[in-house]
Design a protein around this ligand. Structure first.
Ligand SMILES: [Zn+2]
Length: 378
């Protein structure tokens, strides 16, 4: 992934390029990427810019040996650290090194992916992916050697918030006393989870939502059809990761599943609906984590579509065939008086899934709240 292909992020790209031009690259950078705006792709692209032999106008040439190896994520001076755990193949002491071939194919396939997709890719969904002390020991061993092809060594650490506390303390030491010609690029979704002492040692740059036309232009470069592109941009909310997830993911069935839940919530105190809602919640918890996250994102999107329908803003709606008819019945119940609470609650639900919270409790609690909110009519 070339640096300039990441949609949007103009300001960050300018800062990074300026740093490179002035040879003032900080030893530790933190790219804050809360919603798959392209942090990992940007980090890899920047590493390539740094390593490229013919870097002109601060853009990698794309054709030198360094570029070729960086693009394949195989440059010997470009190191990757990311969360892992044991799975069927790696039965103990899992480290990034063990998963490097999987990571390469994963990133090349999904340059804007999120953790849930990675966890499912390496089959550790039911476990907690971490960056362990062992992982860092292996990394430091590599960093203690001379650079192979370049004069510098670059470490891209994806999701540093998944470091165990001991690992965090270990990396802190390196950030305090930087190794010569060694650069760390951390890409974090939840930087607030990082040790404050780490945060004070890094240069922080926060990614922002990309404009719809920038995402559209990117989708064009990867050959997405016109109609699908428009739909995906509608779902993107500034995140190219969301747009791609929409294109890849099978969200069929989500709407019926969602409406079924709302129906149980609507009359939760009547007709045995509590037990029906509990049955629905059980079905939800059986979905894979990736699918649960996709569902939560879907609910936020769909209630927004309801308000557009409600106020006849048909130009803003992005619905699949058949969805409009189903939503027309729901839309009068979603309006300017309750849209904010719905949005907030569904976003929070996604956060709970990400944090491995007890979803049965969270969903039951939300079911009662929905029963209340949905009766607020405009
Ligand atoms: Zn090059």
């Amino acid at each position: 992934m070339l640096f300039q292909l990441v949609p949007g992020q103009k300001k960050i790209k300018e800062t990074l390029s300026q740093n490179l031009k002035n040879k003032k690259i900080p030893h530790a950078l933190l790219l804050e990427d809360p919603l798959s705006y392209g942090g990992l792709a940007l980090a890899i692209g920047y590493a390539q810019n740094m390593l490229c032999a013919n870097n002109q106008e601060q853009a990698a040439c794309g054709s030198c040996e360094h570029c070729r190896l960086s693009t394949e994520l195989k440059h010997p001076d470009l190191h990757f650290v990311f969360p892992v755990n044991t799975n069927k193949e790696i039965k103990k002491n899992a480290s990034s090194e063990d998963f490097l071939p999987a990571f390469r194919s994963f990133v090349l396939e999904h340059p804007f992916a999120n953790y849930a997709l990675w966890a499912s890719y390496i089959d550790i969904e039911k476990k907690r992916g971490t960056i362990s002390g062992l992982d860092l020991s292996k990394l430091f061993e590599k960093l203690s050697l001379k650079a192979f092809l370049s004069t510098q060594k670059i470490v891209v650490m994806w999701l540093p918030e998944k470091m165990t506390p001991t690992t965090g303390a270990k990396i802190l030491k390196t950030l305090e006393e930087p190794l010569k010609d060694t650069y760390f690029i951390l890409v974090s979704v939840q930087p607030s989870q990082l040790l404050k002492t780490i945060l004070s040692r890094v240069q922080k740059l926060e990614l922002k939502p990309a404009a719809s036309d920038q995402i559209d232009a990117y989708l064009k470069t990867i050959g997405t059809q016109d109609t699908l592109r428009e739909e995906a941009c509608g779902y993107a909310k500034g995140s190219v990761g969301n747009a791609l997830a929409f294109l890849k993911k099978d969200t069929d069935g989500f709407l019926d599943f969602f409406l079924e839940w709302l129906r149980f919530c609507f009359n939760i105190h009547k007709n045995n609906n509590i037990s029906k809602a509990i049955g629905w919640i059980d079905a939800f918890t059986l979905l894979t984590k990736e699918k649960q996250i996709a569902f939560c994102a879907f609910t936020v999107q769909i209630i927004r579509q309801c308000t557009y329908l409600n106020y006849n803003l048909s130009t803003l709606t992005h619905l699949k065939p058949g969805e409009k008819e189903k939503l027309e019945k729901l839309s009068p119940y979603i309006n300017h008086l309750n849209i904010d609470v719905f949005e907030k609650e569904f976003k929070e639900l996604e956060y709970y899934v990400q944090r491995n919270a007890n979803m049965k409790i969270a969903l039951l609690d939300l079911s009662f709240k929905i029963a209340k909110f949905i009766r607020i009519k405009a």
